[in-house]
Design a protein around this ligand. Sequence first.
Ligand SMILES: [Zn+2]
Length: 253
Amino acid sequence: MFEQVSQHIFIRKYQHYTDRPNIGLIRGQRRALLFDAGNSEAHTLLLKQELEEAGLPMPDYAALSHWHWDHSFGTAFWGAEVIAGRETDAQLRKMARWQWDDDAMQRRIDAGEEIAFCSDMIKREYPDRSKIRVVGADIVFDGRLTLDLGGVTCELIHAKGPHSSDSVICYVPEDRFVLLGDSNCKDLYGLSWECDIEVEGSFTAATDALEYDPEKVRDYLQLLEGLDFTHCISGHSEVKTRAHQLASLKEVL
Ligand SMILES: [Zn+2]
């Protein structure tokens, strides 16, 4: 179910079982933008049904927070203009050529291109992996891109941050709200860790023990401090106040 979190923003809450992240819909008078596309066709079908039930419009744009599969693999199924930062787009075009049989997936884990956690989750989300379709963006930007949806604007900002160098955030100044994607999270691809997705609490225990890169957090924090917002939401957690979010980042410096 999509829940309204501010005047123009609706969030479909994350679903941990197959690592589906929060999906945001920003509704303007003329256009709607989806922030993150979902992790599969099945996920997008559910989202479309829930948008319809809530009387919300189908998105004209689907903008991506970063390349990780859980945010991007639904892209092909929206029929919307796909917007991504240059680095995200480049990675998706590379992944569009990947094979999804067990051997190919294991080779990518061994080579450090993929992590076991995401591989396990992909297998869980896709009973039939021939259904995986990865596509690049229609609109690619560097730095910042501002979209006027009619009475509300979305500023897509290449924020980088500690999680992934391609991370883009979606700032909605009229609502004083920021959708962070995973940008504020730890670098799950760069650090060494493992968990068993069948064991409750294993993911949290493993990732809680990981360290942030303070250099990356410092620059990222400076960017967030420069934005006028009161609330924000990260990819896999609840809405937080500005004070709470900034304090939790300052803690790691
Ligand atoms: Zn991620």
